[in-house]
Design a protein around this ligand. Structure first.
Ligand SMILES: CC(C)[C@H](C(=O)O)[C@@H](O)C(=O)O
Ligand code: SF4
Length: 428
C-alpha cells in the first residue's frame, strides 16, 4: 500500500518499512524549536532529571533551536528575566541555533528557521508553537507540541506516542487573478474546511498553483493550515524547495526530498480552482468566518497591521509598498509594519520599501511577533477595528476583547490603509 509524504517521513524517522494512519510511533526528531516559552520547557526538563542524580544534558544541542520573538525587546521585567534565564541555558548547553534580540539575525521563529536552512525536506520538526505547521512548506513534517512533550524530546531525541495522522490531499489549480494570492487561497480553504475541519489531519498540498508558488507563499499556506485544525500542512519538496534552500538559505550539504507514492491513501481530496478567487477576509471572531471582500468592503478600520509569520516576508512587503507608493495612510487610521526577520528588514530597507511605508505615515517596528498576539505592542482601544495580515482574529487577539480583528492579504491591507476602510485592491 502506498504512503503519503508524512507517512514516509514518519516511517523513516521511526525505522519502519511502512506505516499507516493510526499507527503509534516514536519518531526521532530532527529539529526542536522553542521561543520565549523555552523557559517553561527548561522547568519541565529540569523536573524530569530532578532526583535522578544524572547530569542534565539535552540529547543533542545541535538539534535544538531557540528564537526570541514573541516579546522583543522585552516589554516587562518578567519577560526580560525569562529571556535571561533562557540565555543561561543556551550558554550552558552550547545551543548554537539561538537567535537573540538582534536586528541582523533575529526575527520570528517561523521565518528564522527556513531562512537559516535549519529545516530540510524529510525532517521531523517539533515546536512549542502552534504555527510550527509553517515548516511543512519545505517538505518537513512539522507540528506544535506542549512544553512537557518538548522537554521529553530534548531529553530523548524522539517524540513519544505520535499517532500517524490521516492525510487530506488538497489540489490547487488555476492562476491567481491580479491582487489575489496565497493568503486568499488559505483563507478560502479554511472557510471551506471550517476551523475544526482538518482536526488531527495533515493537509498535503498539490496542483499547478502550489507548484508555481514561491516558498514564501507556501509558508503562509502551511502556517495557517493549523487554523483549519490541521496537525500540519505539507508541500512535498520540489524544484522550488531546492532553489530556496540552495539560493536563499545557503544550504550546501545533501538534501533528500520525500515525495508521496502514486498510490498513497488519502482520507479525502479537496480541489480548489483559484482562477476566479477574489480577495478573502476572515471576519471577527473566528478564522473560518471568511467572506469575499465585496461583502465587507467599506468597513471602517482604525489599525492596519502588516507583518507576522504569515505575511511579513519580502514579497508581502513589496506588494504593500507598491500599493502605498505616492499615497498617505488615511487620517484616523494608523498603520503598523513589522517585517518577519532582521534579514527581511534589511532587504526591505535596501529596496526602499521601508522608506515608502514611512513616507506614507506607517510606523515600522522591529522584527518579531509585534501586535499579532496582543501581548507586546500595538493594542487596540475599545470598539476599535483592525485589519491585519496576521493569522488569528479571536476575541481579544490584539490585546482588547472589546475590539475586532479582520484578517486579509498584504494587498488588501495596503489598499485599505490609504482609504481607512476595507478596500478591494483591484479597485484601488
Ligand atoms: C505564544 C504561542 C505559544 C502561540 C502559539 O502557539 O501559536 C502564539 O505564537 C500564537 O500565535 O498564538
Ligand atoms: S507572529 Fe503571531 S502567529 Fe506568528 S508566532 Fe508570533 S504570535 Fe504566533
Amino acid at each position: 500500500m502506498g504512503m503519503t509524504v508524512v507517512e514516509k517521513i514518519l516511517a523513516r524517522a521511526a525505522g519502519r518499512e511502512a506505516v499507516k494512519a493510526g499507527d503509534v510511533l516514536e519518531p526521532k526528531v530532527d529539529l526542536a524549536m522553542s521561543h520565549e516559552n523555552a523557559a517553561l520547557v527548561i522547568n519541565q526538563f529540569e523536573a524530569i532529571h530532578e532526583g535522578t542524580g544524572i547530569e542534565v544534558r539535552p540529547w543533542d544541542p545541535s538539534k535544538i533551536a531557540i528564537i526570541f520573538d514573541h516579546r522583543v525587546p522585552a516589554e516587562s521585567p518578567k519577560t526580560a528575566t525569562n529571556q535571561k534565564k533562557i540565555r543561561g541555558f543556551v550558554a550552558k548547553h552550547g545551543i548554537a541555533k539561538f537567535h537573540d534580540i538582534r536586528g541582523d539575525v533575529g526575527g520570528i521563529c517561523h521565518q528564522v528557521l527556513p531562512e537559516y536552512g535549519y529545516v530540510r525536506p524529510g525532517f521531523v520538526v517539533v515546536g512549542t508553537d502552534s504555527h510550527t505547521t509553517s515548516h511543512g512548506a519545505l517538505g518537513a513534517f512539522s507540528f506544535g507540541v506542549g512544553a512537557t512533550e518538548m522537554a521529553s524530546a530534548w531529553t530523548l531525541g524522539y517524540a513519544v506516542n505520535i499517532e500517524v495522522p490521516p492525510t487530506i490531499k488538497v489540489v490547487v489549480n488555476g492562476e491567481f487573478p491580479p491582487m489575489v494570492g496565497p493568503k486568499d487561497l488559505i483563507l478560502h480553504l479554511i472557510g471551506v474546511l471550517t476551523a475544526q475541519g482538518a482536526n488531527f489531519r495533515v493537509l498535503e498540498y498539490h496542483g499547478e498553483t502550489i507548484r508555481k508558488m514561491s516558498t514564501s507563499g507556501r509558508l503562509a499556506v502551511c502556517n495557517m493550515s493549523v487554523e483549519a485544525g490541521a496537525t500540519s500542512g505539507i508541500v512535498p519538496a520540489d524544484a522550488e524547495t531546492l532553489r530556496y534552500l540552495r539560493e536563499e538559505a545557503g544550504v550546501t550539504d545533501a538534501i533528500s526530498p520525500v515525495t508521496p507514492d502514486a498510490d498513497a491513501v488519502y482520507e479525502r481530496v479537496v480541489e480548489i480552482d483559484v482562477s476566479a478567487l477574489s480577495p478573502q477576509i476572515a471576519c471577527p471572531h473566528t478564522v473560518d468566518n471568511v467572506k469575499p471582500i465585496d461583502q465587507v468592503a467599506g468597513k471602517r478600520i482604525h489599525q492596519i497591521v502588516i507583518g507576522s509569520c504569515t505575511n511579513g516576508r519580502l514579497d508581502d512587503l513589496a506588494v504593500a509598498a507598491g500599493i502605498l507608493k505616492g499615497h498617505k495612510v488615511a487620517e484616523g487610521t494608523r498603520m503598523l509594519v513589522f517585517p518577519a526577520s532582521g534579514r527581511i528588514f534589511g532587504q526591505a530597507l535596501d529596496r526602499g520599501y521601508i522608506h515608502e511605508f514611512m513616507r506614507a505615515g506607517a510606523v515600522v517596528m522591529n522584527s518579531g511577533c509585534g501586535p499579532c498576539l496582543g501581548v507586546h505592542e500595538g493594542a487596540l482601544g475599545d470598539d476599535e477595528v483592525a485589519l491585519s495580515t496576521t493569522n488569528r482574529n479571536f476575541k481579544g487577539r490584539m490585546g482588547n476583547p472589546k475590539s475586532e480583528v479582520y484578517l486579509c492579504s498584504p494587498a488588501v491591507a495596503a489598499a485599505s490603509a490609504i482609504t481607512g476602510v476595507i478596500t478591494d485592491p483591484r479597485k484601488a
